[in-house]
Design a protein around this ligand. Structure first.
Ligand SMILES: N[C@@H](CCC(=O)N[C@@H](CS)C(=O)NCC(=O)O)C(=O)O
Length: 257
């Protein structure tokens, strides 16, 4: 049995609530599924004072100068604090805005939310990400692709058994489970076929029904539109052009002193 901790006024700063403008920036990218997960949470929680920025150092391997892990999303605060890892940022947002927290209201729901979110992250997104270098057919190593896709199939099988039957992944409201699952299912649908493997959602019933329903949720629709835009820009060369223009501008500025 836990007893209620006594709040000593002299240690109140440990419970410091969110202050407007405290989080200054989320380093993010339209197509990045881990960033999309955090953006969906920010939209759903109604947080409006976080600026989004694409860190161009991501494309030169220098993002680690900002965040040692070298991956997006990364959150930056006004005192220079850097918080990487989507799940860590996600929990931090819940801690800062407990009245809008998106992890569910009972221990059992919270356990299920964390479980579905982990399946989407570790067993789906992570394996699909590691398989991305196998997209080009001329350099593909079939054994690597097959090994990773087998893990995705296993993860999808587990998701099929754990996902709820309603409009949301867990329970009757939008939670972090949905925020992680929506970008993960986008990857299954849009990226896995580029590895010449069937979209794994097609082999499911509950996940497929969920996927059809959740796409009309306003926050899911918003990040899916952003991800489609990012995908379009990558495939039609716009992303490459924007990166080149960015670095050309920096070079020119340096040359002009
Ligand atoms: N575990 C990390 C994964 C983040 C991640 O892999 N981000 C990708 C973009 S979606 C990235 O920054 N990749 C750059 C790289 O691997 O160098 C999280 O949950 O935030």
């Amino acid at each position: 049995m836990l007893t209620q901790a006594v709040r000593n006024p002299s240690t109140l700063d440990e419970f410091e609530p969110h202050q407007q403008g405290k989080i200054v920036k989320l380093y993010t990218g339209d197509l990045s599924p881990y960033s999309a997960k955090v953006r969906m949470q920010i939209y759903a929680m109604g947080i409006t004072d976080i600026k989004f920025e694409l860190p161009f150092s991501l494309f030169t391997g220098k993002l680690s100068e900002l965040s040692p892990i070298g991956r997006i999303p990364v959150m930056e605060e006004d005192d220079g604090t850097i918080i990487p890892e989507s799940e860590v940022i996600s929990e931090y947002l819940d801690d800062l805005f407990p009245e809008n927290a998106m992890r569910g209201n009972t221990p059992k729901i919270r356990a299920n939310v964390r479980l579905v979110s982990r399946i989407a992250d570790i067993y789906l997104m992570n394996n699909i990400f590691m398989a991305l270098p196998q997209v080009p057919r001329d350099t593909r190593v079939d054994e690597i692709r097959d090994l990773l896709m087998k893990q995705v199939t296993r993860g999808m099988g587990a998701l099929e058994r754990h996902i709820g039957d309603g409009d949301f992944a867990v329970g009757n409201t939008l939670t972090i489970a949905d925020c992680t699952l929506v970008p993960a299912l986008f990857l299954c649908e849009q990226t896995v076929p580029r590895l010449d493997v069937d979209n794994p959602i097609l082999a499911t019933e509950k996940v497929a029904a969920y996927w059809t329903k959740i796409q009309s949720n306003e926050f899911a629709a918003k990040i899916l539109a952003e991800m489609h835009k990012g995908m379009q820009q990558r495939l039609d060369g716009t992303e490459k052009r924007l990166i080149e223009e960015h670095f050309a501008k920096i070079k020119l500025a340096k040359e002009n002193g």
